[in-house]
Design a protein around this ligand. Structure first.
Ligand SMILES: O=C(O)C[C@H]1C=CC(=O)O1
Length: 93
């Protein structure tokens, strides 16, 4: 099952810089592990924003929720999920 996920990051301005660096480094490691596992096949920066558009490839809504809620930045993100279906005009479908 494919899902488009938009993540908007909003870190508190008074967050300790060391803590911020650690969370961002943990996030990168977590994200890259999921990419290597094939669960997170696309991630794109939205130009001019601390936000991304991603595509997740998972078995269920519950799996997606578990992966997203495990993001180290999860407490600092607004996340919007859009389920994707095959388009009838897709020549690759
Ligand atoms: O930078 C972001 O868009 C937030 C987050 C998502 C993956 C990652 O490494 O950081």
């Amino acid at each position: 099952m494919l899902f488009q996920v938009r993540m908007d990051v909003c870190l508190p301005h008074d967050l300790d810089p060391k803590t911020r660096s650690e969370i961002v480094a943990e996030e990168k490691q977590y994200a890259q592990e999921l990419q290597r596992a094939g669960k997170w096949p696309h991630i794109w920066r939205i130009v001019g924003e601390y936000a991304n558009i991603s595509v997740f490839d998972v078995e269920s809504n519950d799996e997606l929720h578990a992966l997203l809620s495990g993001l180290p930045l999860f407490p600092y993100m607004d996340i919007h999920v859009t389920p994707l279906a095959t388009h009838p005009s897709d020549i690759n479908a």
